[in-house]
Design a protein around this ligand. Structure first.
Ligand code: ADP
Ligand code: ZN
Ligand code: ZN
Length: 734
């Protein structure tokens, strides 16, 4: 008897011990077993074999069934997942099961099952049917066999009897054989399609391709920085030619909304090789099929969103992450992994190159370039002579506003709509107000203790400093000019949609954000509406900015510039600049001159000036320097504890207790910064109040150690059972 550790899909950090009888010698680490758990039978994954148990053997239950004789995971994938369990402090079973197709979690075979066939043996084919006249069922079965072999699953269709066939088998008259599954090998037919008219790469593309190709047999991270339309996809495709012709496979990750038919078509057209697409529209069976094929090496390219990262590859040769700055690479509930970070980790484990493509690199990525961990390749020129949209700043100070829209903007909207064009309005976040601002003079309520801006919390009607944790009631007067017109900056997409319906009653409005596109197929439906043309107003958040071409959009406005510049979310400015860069590259393609209009109380803001005059890269480097001075990521590391309750009381108490625990802990050193408890930026969701406590530390290792030692104690806090709590390592919306 052996003792094994099994990870079960339950929300517990531990694994479970089971006994395995010696004859189950095919069990492997990374394979599935069926085990009794409580009153049920559940499927688990073996994480270790030959272990010592703290329990006596008679207290251990026996494994019911061993399901796999081979690990479901490649070695590198296994290492990444095991590492993730401790790095993200997430239950082992949850992490491992998350990475598998649903049907594998439910027990479907990992290998494509061989087909079993009944056939007559030599002896059987010489046997006289008459000799079986006392056993009519056997006689009937042998008659069928003599006219040719048939599959086991056809037995009942042929109205034959399994027992009769077994009886014939014992007599040596027939037998079963497994027919091997035919494997497709695309490598024998691979070629780069030549009927596809080949583009001549420009000088920058040639340099980029050359650099990556010269090192395409080893790990290396390449930031491919190029504005939209600069030809990044063309670079991916050209690099891929070499990879695929060596028989290796590639993984291409795209943002949630970025998976467009055009992109997929470009990969399919270029190569004579199987391209698989993993998207939310696939059913469980289709996902399983893709998973099996890739694992066997039968697919050449997998294009997919975040979770495609966990596909096991037989011969991975390259990873591409398109729009690497995109927030959808971070899982926003449950196991909150960052697919970009894990993809870089995977590339290292597999010893293959990874390309991070974007017009607007994440600050984390630029930091890694500065540290010489990543290499930057730049495509500065736009292909062809696509014009940039004209840009304009509208100073909102003292202007009349209707639902957050200035008169100048409303007039422009009218003009563009009357010409039959479309208008796109952007808010950088969903409904909440970060800062409180004087409409007359632009003064912003500021914390007295430190020079951070207060965050306006509508729910509590309070101003809170997210930096030093001080708070005060909302002031009624501007402390600079005395005006009583204090307004929260930042409007929700929902409120805006309502307001526009009143202001432009005859114009159709399409709102595209996480809420409206949560339903399957909703996004496709919206996009089809938009593409059908005609006057229309589109309201969107960041997620609308990429991947899609809206040929009829000629006016784009970013309504909430200040909400981003003065947000207590230190990432808001970065997101805003990414959004601005993406949309100004898009407005007015297809020959129509586009306009971009920015509403702000601070047209002279230095970051805004840098962005508009020098572009995203200069802006980003300036931001990075500010982050360094302020001790913010990527110069420090964050772990965020979140808690939710129903009465807006318990969660704060829980986090207070947690803070106390951390304050008193011997592992607490001076470099640790605790911020909170404070209400989350979107303080209420689905009827629950959300609070948070942020831990910040310059050393990732020390922060991880502290959290590892503290976690087992958190469950013992008296408040812990009264709230729903979770933790987020490297949060992106703190
Ligand atoms: P990105 O991925 O950076 O947005 P793409 O690779 O999609 O850019 O290129 C934008 C457009 O320019 C595409 O229509 C593409 O076919 C075309 N293109 C790319 N590279 C070249 C080239 N070297 N010569 C001509 N056209 C090109
Ligand atoms: Zn403060
Ligand atoms: Zn004022």
């Amino acid at each position: 008897m052996l003792v094994i550790n099994v990870a079960l899909p339950v929300p517990l950090a531990r694994t479970f011990d089971y006994l395995l009888s010696d004859n189950a010698n095919q069990a492997v680490v990374g394979g599935r077993v069926r085990v009794p758990f409580g009153h049920r039978q559940v499927i688990g994954i073996i994480t270790a074999i030959h272990v010592r148990s703290k329990l006596a053997p008679d207290q251990l239950k026996l494994v019911t069934e061993v399901l796999d004789s081979q690990s479901l995971f490649s070695d590198s994938l296994w290492r990444i997942l095991i590492w993730s369990i401790s790095y993200y402090h997430y239950p082992a079973g949850k992490v491992l099961f998350h990475s598998l197709p649903v049907l594998i979690r439910r027990g479907k075979p990992a290998e494509i099952a061989p087909m079993w066939q009944w056939f007559a043996t030599h002896k059987g084919s010489r046997t006289l049917l008459n000799s079986l006249k006392r056993a009519p069922k056997q006689q009937k079965a042998l008659t069928a066999l003599l006219s040719g072999p048939f599959y086991r699953h056809q037995v009942s269709d042929l109205q034959l009897d399994d027992a009769a066939l077994q009886a014939l088998r014992i007599k040596g008259l027939c037998n079963l054989r497994a027919l091997p599954v035919v494997k497709d090998d695309w490598r024998t037919i691979f070629r780069v399609n030549s009927e596809h008219q080949r583009l001549r790469l420009n000088a920058e593309q040639t340099t980029a391709v050359g650099a990556i190709r010269s090192k395409d047999e080893q790990y290396g991270v390449w930031l491919l920085a190029g504005v939209t339309g600069a030809g990044k996809t063309e670079v991916y495709l050209t690099v891929l030619e070499n990879i695929l012709s060596k028989g290796k496979q590639a993984l291409v990750l795209v943002p949630e909304i970025g998976l467009t038919p055009q992109t997929i078509a470009r990969f399919r057209e270029r190569f004579h090789a199987p391209v698989e697409v993993l998207h939310s529209g696939l059913n469980h069976q289709e996902r399983l099929t893709v998973w099996r094929k890739v694992r066997l090496g039968e697919s050449a390219i997998v294009i997919g969103t975040r979770s495609a990262l966990f596909t096991p590859f037989a011969r991975l040769g390259l990873i591409v992450i398109d729009e690497e700055h995109d927030c959808s690479y971070k899982q926003h509930d449950g196991w909150r992994y960052n697919a970009r970070d894990l993809a870089v980790f995977r590339a290292r484990e597999e010893n293959v190159p990874i390309i991070l493509g974007t017009a607007t690199p994440a600050l984390e990525t630029l930091y890694n370039v500065q540290q010489n961990k990543y290499h930057q390749l730049t495509l500065g020129k736009r292909i062809g002579n696509a014009q940039l949209a004209s840009q304009q700043l509208v100073d909102l100070k003292g202007q009349q506003l209707t639902n957050g829209l200035s008169t100048a903007l409303v007039q422009k909207m009218r003009r563009h709509l009357e010409a039959g064009n479309q208008v796109m309005l952007f808010l950088n976040r969903r409904g909440f107000a970060p800062a409180l601002l004087c409409h007359e003079c632009g003064w912003i309520a500021e914390c007295q203790r430190c020079d951070h801006y207060y965050t306006f919390h509508q729910q509590q009607h309070q101003l809170r400093c997210h930096h030093c944790y001080s708070q005060r009631p909302v002031s009624s007067q501007c402390s600079q000019c005395g005006s009583t017109q204090l307004v929260p900056v930042g409007l929700g997409t929902e409120q805006l949609e309502e307001a526009l319906a009143r202001q432009f009653p005859t114009v159709p409005v399409t709102r595209i954000d996480r809420d409206t596109t949560a339903r399957k197929g909703a996004l496709e439906c919206f996009l089809a509406q938009v593409k059908s043309g005609g006057e229309r107003i589109l309201i969107g958040t960041q997620m609308l900015a990429k991947g899609h071409h809206f040929p009829d959009v000629t006016l784009v406005s970013l309504l909430d510039v200040d909400g981003a510049l003065f947000s207590s979310d230190f990432r808001a400015a970065e997101r805003f600049a990414q959004l601005y860069t993406q949309v100004s590259g898009r407005a007015g393609r297809a020959g129509k001159q586009g306009e971009v209009l920015l509403q702000t109380y601070y047209p002279e803001h230095p970051l805004l000036q840098t962005l508009l005059s020098y572009g995203y890269m200069d802006f980003a480097l300036q931001m990075l320097e500010e982050r360094r001075q302020a001790g913010l990521p990527p110069f420090t590391n964050h772990i965020l504890f979140r808690a939710e309750d129903h009465d807006n009381n318990q969660a704060e108490l829980f986090l207070d207790q947690l803070r106390q625990l951390l304050d008193d802990h011997p592992g607490h050193d001076k470099a640790l910064l605790l911020m909170g408890p404070i209400p989350a930026l979107a303080p209420k969701r689905c009827g629950r109040f959300r609070w948070q406590l942020l831990l910040s530390h310059p050393s990732r290792l020390q922060l991880q150690r502290l959290v590892t030692t503290i976690l087992p104690l958190v469950g013992t806090l008296s408040q812990a059972r009264k709230v729903k709590w979770s933790l987020d390592v490297d949060p992106i919306d703190s």
